[in-house]
Design a protein around this ligand. Structure first.
Ligand SMILES: [Zn+2]
Length: 140
């Protein structure tokens, strides 16, 4: 199996930056896989290429445990097919996986609005305002 080059993706070893990106991007990768598996059956090298297209370069040693983890938790189900004389395992989202993606989409929207579009968080997440409100309540 082809070992993809590491780039700005998730497998870069050494250097806090690589590990930091790995830590955050793995969640994106799981959502990305789930998204595609809701649309059509996906398989290891196919999804690996799709993720690479988005700049996530995962080795099989990273990708396959993610697929297996999604299956173990009931978000994906797999079936094996023989393609060109080789067994290929296809993964498709389960009902639970589709529901999880729908809930995640709401969270993505909220996150994008706050992080990218700069919408203010709720007042209770604003420490100075919260502190001022507490001080006001405790005034005699
Ligand atoms: Zn994609």
């Amino acid at each position: 199996m082809r070992e993809p080059e590491t780039a700005a993706g998730t497998d870069r070893k050494g250097g806090g930056g690589g590990r930091m990106l790995h830590f955050f991007f793995l969640g994106f990768v799981r959502i990305h896989i789930l998204h595609h598996a809701c649309e059509e059956p996906v398989y290891g090298t196919g999804i690996q290429e799709e993720l690479a297209r988005h700049g996530y370069r995962l080795s099989p040693g990273t990708l396959y445990p993610i697929l297996h983890g999604l299956e173990e938790r009931g978000y994906l189900e797999s079936r094996s097919e023989v393609v060109d004389g080789k067994v290929r395992k296809y993964y498709l989202a389960t009902t639970q996986g589709r529901e999880a993606l729908a809930k995640t989409k709401e969270k993505i929207r909220e996150l994008v609005e706050e992080v990218l579009d700069g919408n203010r968080g709720r007042p209770h997440l604003d420490p100075p305002a919260a502190a001022a409100a507490r001080a006001e309540r405790h005034k005699d």
